[in-house]
Design a protein around this ligand. Structure first.
Ligand code: GRG
Length: 309
């Protein structure tokens, strides 16, 4: 049996993440109880199927933790933004699983969205989720100022058209072209780290309205998020080799089957782990000279390395 990850005395990070997940899921369920989300049934069933009661909700957790680490509380608006981030992340997984993309039949331990609902519904569910996330930020946040809203929307949208989408395009050719380690790092930064970085930054934008040190703090948190985001992808690649389908909730061993170049395929597992550890160290060093409680952010950063799925 696996032992629980305790990085700092008194912090049980797996419990902490579980509690944040419950909070985010509860907020999302409240939202989807609105009658807007009933018709057409097939569309909203596909959205709820892909989003709720599954997934770690780690990006939403980073958003909330970043805010709480600066102001010791999580305003309702921050929870709405964390929920929007999880909607976007789930949307990217639906599209990633499509036959024309990564082509996977299993996600979060159940048939992927296109397998359960058909390809056209899966594409449209993703489309609806991408815009819904921004509608929620625009319409459902009540306490943050309009400039804060704009900054959050700006941060997130940039991370899609300059991050996830280009990263996905490059990643799709990773079994066709030769990739150096630098190429892989760049792809991971775009495909994976940008959304994690944005999650950390958005939590800080909620917390730091009119703080005179805002720019410096956000820039440090942004570097923190980018480094842990690349580490997240390295560990994802390692788990694809070392873990099994049931634990991961998605098909293991897929990178090798698809001839994809990954961190462990280029570096070997041990060197890839070392690289991830160094990135976590580098990430933590960003937060040493800003006024922030680093306890939970550091513990979450360590969790990225120790996670089993
Ligand atoms: C328009 C936002 C947008 C995206 C379209 C499809 C696509 C472009 C990008 C896909 C990017 C992608 C799937 C990156 C992989 C990131 C990754 C390591 C996902 C796994 O995250 P976990 O482990 O999954 O947090 P859970 O299921 O726990 O949420």
């Amino acid at each position: 049996m696996r032992t629980k990850t305790k990085t700092i005395p008194n912090i049980d990070i797996e419990d902490y993440i579980k509690n944040k997940k419950i909070l985010i899921e509860g907020h999302l369920k409240d939202l989807f109880s609105n009658s807007y989300f009933k018709e057409p049934k097939e569309l909203w069933d596909a959205v709820k199927y892909s989003l709720l009661d599954s997934g770690k909700k780690i990006r939403g957790t980073f958003c909330i933790t970043s805010c709480e680490s600066l102001i010791s509380s999580c305003p309702m608006d921050c929870l709405t933004i964390a929920s929007s981030i999880e909607i976007i992340h789930s949307m990217s997984l639906i599209h990633d699983d499509l036959p024309s993309m990564d082509n996977d039949d299993l996600r979060r331990n159940k048939p992927s969205c296109h397998k359960a609902f058909g390809e056209s519904t899966a594409i449209l569910a993703g489309d609806a989720m991408l815009t819904l996330a921004f509608y929620l930020i625009a319409e459902y946040t009540k306490e943050i100022s309009d400039p804060q809203k704009l900054e959050i929307i700006n941060t997130l949208t940039k991370s899609f058209h300059f991050g996830l989408v280009p990263g996905q395009i490059l990643d799709l050719s990773s079994n066709k072209k030769y990739f150096s380690l630098d190429d892989l790092e760049k792809i991971s930064k775009l495909k994976t780290a940008e959304l994690i970085r944005s999650s950390v930054v958005c939590g800080a934008i909620v917390a730091l309205n009119q703080n005179p040190n805002k720019n410096k703090i956000i820039s440090k948190l942004s570097d923190f998020g980018l480094n842990i985001g690349i580490a997240f992808q390295i560990i994802d690649d390692i788990l694809d080799v070392t873990s099994d389908t049931k634990t991961l909730g998605k098909t293991s061993g897929k990178d090798k089957k698809q001839n994809k170049q990954t961190f462990p395929s280029i570096l070997g597992i041990e060197e890839a782990k070392k690289m991830a550890n160094n990135l976590i160290k580098k990430a933590k060093s960003q937060l040493t000279d800003i006024p922030i409680n680093t306890e939970y952010l550091f513990s979450l950063a360590d969790y990225i390395i120790s996670r089993a799925y």
